[in-house]
Design a protein around this ligand. Structure first.
Ligand SMILES: Cc1cc2nc3c(=O)[nH]c(=O)nc-3n(C[C@H](O)[C@H](O)[C@H](O)COP(=O)(O)OP(=O)(O)OC[C@H]3O[C@@H](n4cnc5c(N)ncnc54)[C@H](O)[C@@H]3O)c2cc1C
Length: 392
């Protein structure tokens, strides 16, 4: 998303753009996610309570959060930075930036992108559904911050939730209704974007794994992909969870780890239609209506990028769904779901704030990564900001 969106804005600004992709532009983290476009996510990932909560979660194989303990200096560096950034002052400082990049992105999708491609975009808001008094208290506190930031947010009790979403039964106490949010079909967005880039004349080079760079003084002059080399006036590094490895070749410190998440789709039954996407707060899972299907997803598992899937985490998502949606109790057969489970690695920066900026030492390099759980939401704005940076 970050790379293709940057390519789009640069091509529109008149640059001749080549995208080098190690895969084939059909899968990856940007394809099977929940598709929220959510200025409502104005709280950065690193929060004061997360370290304590994270340690508890690490002991359970179905829990929504896991860090594989390993002696990896890059992971240790990232962890130390993460704990340093998990402070209230940073949470407060960064809220307005997340809101602003989120709103800029949503506006670009609605006012510009929708005129050029179809990605099933809808602006119906997003629900944060909770079950307990403790979550109600926490959600009310966070909603108040958003209201103070000028976002349209409403608290719903159980009756309000059932009136808004009458075609489903809820095992919940209430919800926060973030009216400011939209949602989309991410795979359709990526396909639309690919076609859009082709029509703009962007060279989309599949199976080109970037392996190195040629530098002259403070400039990158060539990018190597195996035997192939590509001359460049400017370079955008947007390699998602692999960005740190590439940055290291340029002697840059860019702490990013892969936070793996899982999702699966189920057909919508007529008596169980949900019209808005949302989060199951205590279950730490997301749901998104996508046509006649419903996508469920979640978990954040920080481990090696080549580790096999840990399917037990998907059982945790199923448990959360069955708990919040009585209609689904006994309906989600893990063995039937298993073959179609999707997973992707979110590129997680040291606090969950994206890195969008110029390199301090390489004059023609712009970085666009680290978006964690917000790469689609902030995707359009990221491309726009990158193009402004590249153009000086
Ligand atoms: C379960 C789940 C749900 C999510 N829900 C949401 C949501 O609702 N809203 C939201 O905004 N975000 C969501 N996210 C997060 C979002 O998917 C990511 O933030 C986003 O996809 C990251 O995009 P990216 O372009 O930075 O990275 P990627 O999509 O990973 O793209 C990086 C690309 O770089 C390529 N690459 C890597 N190394 C090289 C190399 N050496 N040479 C060439 N190519 C290379 C990779 O193949 C990849 O295609 C979710 C994620 C998950 C897992």
């Amino acid at each position: 998303m970050s790379g293709l969106s940057s390519a789009r804005y640069l091509a529109k600004a008149g640059w001749t753009v080549t995208v080098l992709e190690k895969g084939d532009f059909t899968d990856g983290c940007s394809y099977g996610n929940a598709g929220f476009v959510c200025p409502s996510h104005y709280i950065q990932l690193a929060t004061p309570g997360i370290a304590k909560q994270g340690l508890k979660w690490m002991l359970k194989s179905t829990s929504p959060f896991y860090i594989q303990p390993r002696l990896d200096p890059a992971l240790l560096r990232w962890g130390v930075h993460f704990l340093k950034r998990a402070k209230q002052k940073y949470v407060t400082q960064n809220a307005a930036s997340l809101r602003d990049i989120g709103l800029l992105s949503l506006n670009e999708y609605e006012q510009v992108w929708l005129g050029e491609m179809d990605f099933d975009y809808q602006h119906k808001g997003m629900l944060e559904v909770f079950q307990t008094q403790a979550a109600f208290k926490e959600c009310t506190h966070i909603a108040k911050i958003g209201q103070d930031l000028g976002l349209e947010i409403e608290m719903l009790d159980k009756t309000g939730l059932s009136e808004l979403e009458p075609d489903t039964e809820w095992n919940a106490m209430g919800a926060v209704y973030y009216k400011c949010d939209g949602h989309l079909n991410p795979a359709k967005l990526m396909r639309g974007l690919y076609n859009n880039l082709e029509s703009l004349g962007v060279q989309l080079r599949a199976n080109q794994q970037v392996t190195g760079f040629k530098k002259q003084g403070p400039l990158i002059t060539e990018v190597y992909a195996g035997e192939n080399s590509f001359k460049a006036d400017a370079v955008v590094l947007a390699a998602g969870s692999w960005s740190e490895q590439l940055a290291r070749q340029l002697h840059l410190n860019l702490p990013v780890v892969g936070g793996r998440g899982y999702s699966f789709m189920v057909p919508v039954q007529n008596h169980h239609r949900i019209h808005r996407p949302g989060l199951l707060v205590e279950g730490r899972a997301a749901f998104t209506p996508l046509g006649n299907e419903l996508r469920f997803g979640g978990t954040m598992e920080i481990r090696n990028l080549d580790a096999p899937m840990s399917l037990n985490r998907v059982k945790g998502i199923i448990n959360a769904v069955e708990n919040f949606f009585p209609d689904y109790r006994g309906q989600l057969d893990f063995n039937k779901i298993k073959p179609a489970i999707w997973s992707g690695f979110r590129p997680v920066s040291v606090d969950g704030m994206p890195y969008i900026g110029k390199s301090p030492s390489i004059e023609n390099l712009v970085v666009a990564t680290g978006h964690a759980q917000l790469g689609i939401s902030l995707g359009a704005a990221t491309g726009l900001l990158v193009s402004e940076l590249v153009r000086g």
